[in-house]
Design a protein around this ligand. Structure first.
Ligand code: PEP
Length: 250
């Protein structure tokens, strides 16, 4: 059984002050949690202050993106060593919003994963189908294509997969626990066929996770955690999701 991982993706939300307020309240709410891994991906500008406030806690930090070069003339981009020096242990790569608004292809995602792993960052790779692809019965084809392209020549160590159906992200429409489990089971089998270390990879569900639906999602055998957007922005809501995940997995 995998230890659950509950990760917050704040996207382009929260100033430095708002980050400080969140962390002060949140830490008081989760002080007894020792059976779930917790990760927060704030905007880059909040990483440093978050890292100081989270020192001596078990809450880890992730970047929301990384560039595929080590350094140089890439205005506006951020390197793996910058993320590490700002306190990150992880980075989210291939989020559907990056693919949609910034034209990230599986090839770019693959380059980003490679440089992140080379620098020792753990990677949360996001994959998932659109509504049209699901309705056309292409979900597994899309997942297979994204996994094949993104993980080309990448060992599975240090990797987490987030299954995030695009139609469920920020829409209030959650995949049913059965739909999530079915997709996760497909991903798990794909990883087994791909290579060594597949059983250690955690597969998170993402897409309108809330305190109300986390328990039924986490009750599914193939769901090892969640990547949470909107509902991670309030300390109380994120803490309730963490507690729901704990209750579902005892
Ligand atoms: C996300 O952005 O990764 C996400 C799952 O968002 P939301 O929870 O708001 O759907």
């Amino acid at each position: 059984m995998h230890r659950p991982l509950i990760a917050a993706n704040w996207k382009m939300n929260k100033t430095i002050g708002e980050t400080e307020d969140f962390i002060h309240s949140f830490l008081a709410m989760i002080k007894d949690v020792d059976d779930v891994d917790i990760l927060i991906a704030p905007p880059f500008t909040s990483l440093s202050v978050a890292s100081s406030l989270l020192e001596n806690t078990t809450v880890r930090l992730a970047g929301q993106n990384v560039f595929y070069e080590e350094k140089g003339a890439f205005t506006g981009e951020i390197s793996p060593s910058m993320l590490l020096s700002a306190g990150c242990s992880h980075v989210i790569i291939g989020h559907s919003e990056r693919r949609q608004y910034f034209s990230e292809t599986d090839e770019i995602v693959n380059k980003k994963i490679k440089i992140a792993r080379k620098n020792g960052l753990e990677v949360i790779l996001c994959i998932g189908e659109s509504l049209q692809e699901r309705e056309e019965g292409k979900t597994f084809d899309v997942l297979s294509r994204q996994l094949t392209g993104s993980l080309k020549d990448v060992p599975l160590e240090g990797l987490t997969i987030a299954y995030e159906p695009i139609w469920a992200i920020g829409t209030g429409k959650t995949a049913t626990p059965e739909q999530a489990n079915e997709a996760h089971a497909y991903i798990r089998q794909w990883l087994r066929d791909y290579g060594e270390g597949s059983e250690r990879v955690r597969i998170l569900y993402g897409g309108s996770v809330t305190p109300e639906n986390i328990k039924s999602l986490m009750a599914e055998p193939e769901v090892n955690g969640a990547l949470v957007g909107g509902a991670s922005l309030k300390p109380d809501s994120f803490a309730r999701i963490i507690n729901g995940a704990r209750e579902a997995t005892v």
